[in-house]
Every structure is written in structure tokens, then in C-alpha cells.
Write a protein that binds this ligand. Structure first.
Ligand SMILES: *[C@@H]1O[C@H](CO)[C@@H](O)[C@H](O)[C@H]1NC(C)=O
Ligand SMILES: *[C@@H]1O[C@H](CO)[C@@H](O)[C@H](O)[C@H]1NC(C)=O
Ligand SMILES: *[C@@H]1O[C@H](CO)[C@@H](O)[C@H](O)[C@H]1NC(C)=O
Length: 113
């Protein structure tokens, strides 16, 4: 029984991790922050291939929050910061699918002040 419970908790944690992995959430959005960037980055799935997109933003305000929401039905994406980021004026994001043939569909929002 105890083993079963541990297995359940472990499975739940892994599942939660998988669901969470799709979205990139960095920093907090507080009043006074302005939205610097809000765009969809998407690509249709390629049979036998993995699709990816880069979002490179550069502006004049300090970035205080970064959001990349995976909008694919099965949440098959992953998003990483590859350059810049919070408290800088630029950020480079790499968006890609984790599964062959899956489409890519992210809403990217960047906030700053
Ligand atoms: C951005 O942050 C730096 C360091 O925290 C600060 O010196 C600078 O004044 C900030 N720039 C703006 C436009 O807020
Ligand atoms: C989502 O996953 C299900 C089950 O694996 C699959 O049948 C379906 O085609 C997938 N949907 C999309 C939009 O990829
Ligand atoms: C975006 O930034 C990445 C590095 O993080 C770089 O490899 C890529 O060439 C850049 N793309 C564009 C269009 O500037």
C-alpha cells in the first residue's frame, strides 16, 4: 500500500513536471510594468522532424517578466532562454517541440519597466 502511494505521488510529480515544462514563467508582473512584446510563434508539425523557432527581443526597457505559453493541445513544446533575460534589455528564446511531428504554438509575452 505504502509503495503504491509512493508510486502514485511520484507519477503525479512527473506528470506535473511534464505539464509545467511546456510553459516558461520567469519574473513577476507588477503594476507599472509595460508589455514590451506579445506575439505568437508557431510552426506546423513536420513528419519525421522537430520544429523550432527563435524569438530574439531587444528593447530599451529592463525586462522584468518573461512568459511563453504553450498553446498546443498536447503541450508538446519546450522553451528556454538562450541569451539575455531578466533585468537586461534583450532576451533570446528557443522554442521547440519535444516530439517528432508535433506542431509548435507559443504565445510569448515580455514585460518590463
Ligand atoms: C535597468 O536596470 C539597471 C540595473 O538594475 C539600472 O541601472 C537602469 O537604470 C535600468 N534602466 C531602466 C530604463 O529602467
Ligand atoms: C495528442 O495526443 C493524442 C494521444 O497521443 C493523439 O491521438 C493526438 O493526435 C494528439 N493531438 C495533437 C494535436 O497532436
Ligand atoms: C537569436 O539568438 C540566437 C542565440 O541565442 C542566435 O543563435 C540566433 O541566430 C538569433 N536569431 C536571429 C534571427 O537573430
Amino acid at each position: 500500500m505504502a509503495k503504491y502511494l509512493v508510486a502514485c505521488v511520484f507519477a503525479a510529480v512527473v506528470l506535473f513536471g511534464l505539464i509545467q515544462a511546456s510553459d516558461l514563467i520567469l519574473g513577476n508582473i507588477v503594476s507599472g510594468d509595460r508589455i514590451l512584446y506579445s506575439q505568437v510563434a508557431s510552426a506546423p508539425g513536420i513528419p519525421g522532424g522537430l520544429v523550432s523557432r527563435a524569438v530574439n527581443y531587444t528593447g530599451v526597457y529592463n525586462i522584468t517578466a518573461i512568459r511563453a505559453y504553450d498553446r498546443t493541445f498536447n503541450r508538446t513544446g519546450q522553451a528556454h532562454v538562450t541569451g539575455g533575460g531578466l533585468y537586461q534589455r534583450y532576451v533570446n528564446l528557443a522554442l521547440q517541440t519535444r516530439f517528432i511531428g508535433s506542431p509548435l504554438d507559443y504565445l510569448v509575452e515580455i514585460y518590463g519597466r
